[in-house]
Design a protein around this ligand. Sequence first.
Ligand code: 6YU
Length: 510
Amino acid sequence: MAFLQGLDSHIVIVGCGISGIGAAQKLLNQGFHNVRILEATGRCGGRIRTGRIGSKTVEIGANWIHGPCQDNPVFRLACRYDLLDAASTSEENQAVDVGGHPPYVSNWFSSSGRRLDPELTEPAAALFQSLLLECQDFHASGGEPAPSVGAYVKARAPGLAAAEWRDDGGAARDLGLATMSALLKLECSISGTPSMDDVGLGAFGAYKTLPGLDCTFPAGYEGLIGCMMKELPEGIVSYNVPVKCVHWNGSVQRPGPCGRAFPVWVECENGDAVPADHVILTVPLGYLKKHQKTLLSPPLPLKKMHCIERMGFGTNNKIFLEFEQPFWDPDCEAIHFVWEDESALVDVVPDVERFWMKKLACFTVLKPAERYGHLLCGWISGHESEHMESLSEAEVEKSVTQVIRRFTGNPTISPKRIMRSQWYHDPYTCGSYSYLATGCSGFDIDTLAEPLPLKGSRTKPLQVLFAGEATHDSFFSTVHGALLSGWREGDRIISHYSPSSFSVSVSSKL
Ligand code: 6YU
């Protein structure tokens, strides 16, 4: 009986990224019929965004299914909708367990305009990888000897490099360390942080990888969103409706539909006020950081505010460059740029305005060439990336072209097209994805995910629930983490009205 009444409850989901869509999917499948999604922009998908450069389809946001195996719900959905190629869905691909992908076949160039010998770069890459593995272990073992991943790597690398290149003199050692600087910058992009000095050492291993060789959507990640949206009722999403404030705890007293009082009223920028029994907030952590003081009334409890401040949310942007001819080898998967003056292990550029492009240390080669031609995706994180966003596309093109000419020693190379993402200046994202910053732990993620009112309150439970990638304790920063978080909060409401299933379904774990 309570469950049947629950089906009439009014549920508002704020944000139509994959977590919001996932939450709606769960609730509608269980028979909840008063579900509405309010989306600030004119499109669904949020940080899943497919675009075009010339005639080529590229991902402006999420790129890969990380860990495409049966335990990954995004992979299962993509298979169900038949969106992947045969190689990605094969049993062999699902079984490979190497943390995403084996080391890329790489071409290394240095700032003095020469190709670097794999005999130098391969040991440097192996040393760097071993240091990252050491960092991950502190999560289980505790007692971390440094506050951050950056501090640990920067302290350990010089000694390891001195031992590795003890017979080759200082020049090889310094170049080995400069190579590690390039990898540290790439790691900033992967973790979505300005510097690895900002990533907590003890928390680094909290992020879990799934088996399976990372794969892409041949026709674009947004195809997944399109398929999921087709299964939702038409008109469920109100587009171009930014939410201004969620008034909860009965702070707005006015009759809603059928004269009933509602514990929550959602105030929109356009002046609309939408009543709700439950609101699922899926706005990115970057947006929360910027607007947490005004997005809720009464404001968030202090413990939630503090954890939103503590948790990390950084910028990782892409710069796509299309060339008539490749300057890389046919089998090359990644191109790295090593600044020879960076043997002190550097992952932050001191004079951002002049030298932001020094942070752009890696380009992935889009494959297969038959589909993409000669297309590179450069990765740039941090404040350097945020500054890049403020420049015109022509200015970005000029700076990047100069760097490529310098590193390749070829003064005539020019990209024929360029396109970059601008996630920091996206007003409804304010960056790219979350990371566990220094001083943070999985408890912060749990606190962020805790619904309002907090436990122990006597007011109506589950008024405001929190989903989105940053609320998943082991898959934060990913699409599958976001989807699972949406399902989790959908399940939380479902279970509220049918308590027997609570312990089974309200779990963010696989
Ligand atoms: C993945 C990948 N990937 C690259 C880049 C980016 C991200 N990710 P959404 O933001 O989607 O939705 C919220 C909605 O809310 C949105 O539509 C807003 O408009 C709306 N909204 C906001 N405010 C509102 C308001 N006031 N009113 C109404 N609506 C409002 N993930 O699996 N594979 O390759 C990448 C990548 C450049 C930017 C990625 C990747 C992250 C995912 O894109 C992201 O998690 C989800 O899409 C988020 O969905 P959502 O629903 O939560 O929010 C050790 C260790 C390290 C840990 N990190 C390892 C790295 C793993 C991540 N790798 C990423 C790499 C790339 C390249």
